[in-house]
Write a protein that binds this ligand. Sequence first.
Ligand SMILES: Nc1ncnc2c1ncn2[C@@H]1O[C@H](COP(=O)(O)OP(=O)(O)O)[C@@H](O)[C@H]1O
Ligand SMILES: [Mg+2]
Length: 381
Amino acid sequence: MPEKIDSKFVIGLMSGTSADGIDACLAEINPDFTFKSLETFILEYPENIREILFRIFENKTSVEEICAMNFLIGEYFALAVLELIKKAGVAPEEVDLIGSHGQTIFHKPADEYINSLSTKSTLQIGEAAIIAERTGITTISDFRSADIAAGGQGAPLVCFADSLLFKSSTISRAIQNIGGIANVTVLSSEINAYGLDTGPGNVMIDYCAGKFFNQKYDKDGILAAQGQIDENWLEYLFSENYYSLKPPKTTGRELFSAEYIENMLLTAPENPYDIMATITALTAKTIFEAYKMFIFPKTRIDEIILGGGGAYNPVLIKMLKKHFGNSVKILSHENFGISDKFKEALAFAFLAYTTYYKIPNNLPSCTGAKHSKILGKISYP
Ligand SMILES: Nc1ncnc2c1ncn2[C@@H]1O[C@H](COP(=O)(O)OP(=O)(O)O)[C@@H](O)[C@H]1O
Ligand SMILES: [Mg+2]
């Protein structure tokens, strides 16, 4: 391993709980952690691949299928890299590293035991050996496991990059990502970096957009905008136990599954537009209530910086602005020159860069780990 720290060209790869596709970004990262984003690309999963992934999420699969998909998703991650560098006009030899999150198929952050041994675990597929071989670029992957081994939840990992990108000595910031699941990183001089999953981001919105309107998601909130919030149903949705659980806490499709959403829909209003409005209101409400319960008692927040695909939903943003009022400024990543859609991919580029230089890159105050760790595993081409 090298002794002197240099600038590197690093690719970050991310596919989140939405499983909409692979977000890829190429950045030049410098030793002082300043960076220049050079190119971005999204490789949408083909519909048949998405179908298999959702079958896996819903546990309607086989070990054989999971085994095959690990390598196949690796092929798609490699394709995303090849398309990205083609778009950027650079050769693979010019890229130093890839940091790949992979595709989470199961995340089990709970402390449960078999024979007194912990079964806390997480599984991301997208075989890094395939990515390294196909691209010719050293690939760092499986970042979550080392944090779990150290007693953490293996999430949220993005807090580390958020703290490099957004930490300020004077402004208290909440970096609010709204992907499939919504997660926040709190950066304030009053406390250690802090993070949690607030609950659903788009996972329930996407499901209902598919079920009632045959659409992948509620583009620009057009469906929700045509409905009314059903306050009674919203209260019922909000009675979910997860929302009041104390952090550290992370969640995923294991809780917000198709079965869970179908069960919630049994008491839904009749008008599907009202369902869309209310389910969107749930995302806004769970974000706001999480701040009230777990963040505002610890620190003031001056700015909320929205990111993830949900930052493109104006109905959701309007609801958030109504909750938070004038005391908190609501900004987006774009205000900081970072694409809302690619911050998480960029975060995995930062994780790869720091792992390469053996710089510890989990934040125990966010994940609950007992100590800091160098995350990830290295695959050489
Ligand atoms: N223009 C848009 N309007 C509303 N929602 C959007 C828009 N663009 C993206 N999204 C939402 O963002 C989701 C993808 O966000 P992303 O940050 O990639 O999440 P994840 O990390 O879970 O994959 C989509 O499934 C969709 O719900
Ligand atoms: Mg995504």
